[in-house]
Design a protein around this ligand. Sequence first.
Ligand code: NAD
Ligand code: MN
Length: 485
Amino acid sequence: MTQTEGAVAAAGWDYSPAPERTRPDIESEYGLFIDGEFRKSRSGKVFDTINPATGERLARIAQADEADVDAAMAAARSAGPKWARMKGRERGKYLFRLARRIQECSRELAVLETMDGGKPIKESRDVDLPLVAQHFFYHAGWADKLQWAFAGRPVRPRGVCGQIIPWNFPLLMAAWKLAPALACGNTVVLKPAETTPLTALHLARLMQEIDLPPGVVNIVTGFGETGRLVATHSAVRKVAFTGSTGVGRTLMQETAGREIPLTLELGGKSPNIVFADAAIDQAIEGVVGGIWFNQGHVCCAGSRLFVEESILETFVSALRDRMKQLRVGDPLDKNTDIGAINSEGQLERIRSLVRTGQEEGAILHDVQAEPLPKKGCWFPPCFFTGVQPSHTVAREEIFGPVLSVMSFRTPEEAIRRANATPYGLAAGIWTDKGSKIFEIASRMDAGIVWCNSYNQFDAAAPFGGVKESGFGREGGLHGLRAYVR
Ligand code: NAD
Ligand code: MN
């Protein structure tokens, strides 16, 4: 019996492969999107974006340096006054048109997202793309209602916005940043992550198709240095960043003293707290979705699990059984639960933190029976038990499919330990008692608290953290505030 057959027999069932057949048309080379057109970088420099599931190059991408960022800023600045003067309902029409084009192209965009970043197609198709369209629809609706959003106060755009986004939700993060900025009458220079630039560039094509005025959105691709140039440019009137806490700190220093409003959405080490009176099967699904969604590449991932001591053994054994059923493999297969790790660099970070966890004495549970693919970046879902609060895996963000399981005896202890982290993005509470939910939710140091659910997103609900998870909110009425004066 092969290893795969062994796993199939152990699980008792299996699916046939279900590869996605849609193939987006990927060009061999992409320019920078400046003033409504694609152009080569001044230096002619390019870099590769690869498919992390195969290790193959998907395309060459122009690398923007200072002259290119200057050109993008100049385009954004000169497009600004006309876009800002335009009636809200006219701006709204562009956003509605873009949202509809995204829906029409959603299958291709989902496949492209999965190829460039490694996330399973069922997530990019059923989660990312619907939310991307929703964000543009939602903000299109605000464009002509800003006087009601900020009643009694005149509302003016800020001007040119510099926006820098990460690789875990490439198109969704672009939508979160672009939609409110445009609805409020700002123009934008956007810097996608170096490992996942393709969907933003295809979004730029859709902007051309809907005749968005040139210069309203400009996209400059490149590495961290390109991001730094965007954030520190003298034309910028607002900076928005999502990514690591380290870079967030640097950006605070660099924008300090310039009166440039900054919003930061950084990392997390979010807790899921499961009480003995919770609906256990439901809690297992929530915990699994909380940590193993998008390979754990989620800023609000529920990466710390606190289980009430009386059900610890039962819960851990149910968790192990559920974990065995997760299918790791080809992200373009519709049956895949866990796709590829986004990059070699991220894979190395995850491996090294897991090694540290073992060295410090936590017990690793890795039950993936199927062999991992030979090429590409992979890490099997796993969890640690025997975790002490001082262990690195209890404190540091891993940003991978690794869960740290701990226990508690009283609600007070759960609250204290859940809050004992420099981060404060999200938290999950699982209990049958409404009173417990209200009490504990109100005492969590977290921007978002989910009760008997996890990872619920909506364009109308503000998202953001406290403490070292950043500040500012994205989405909802609160998210508009950063983009107006
Ligand atoms: P990163 O913060 O380095 O990258 C995020 C974005 O910032 C990218 O577009 C990058 O090019 C850009 N950038 C990098 N250095 C910059 C600088 N000095 N100035 C301006 N922009 C800069 O993140 P990473 O290295 O790709 O990932 C490292 C860790 O960050 C992960 O392990 C994870 O913990 C965290 N992370 C968090 C999120 C989130 O959603 N909160 C997303 C991605 C990564
Ligand atoms: Mn890529």
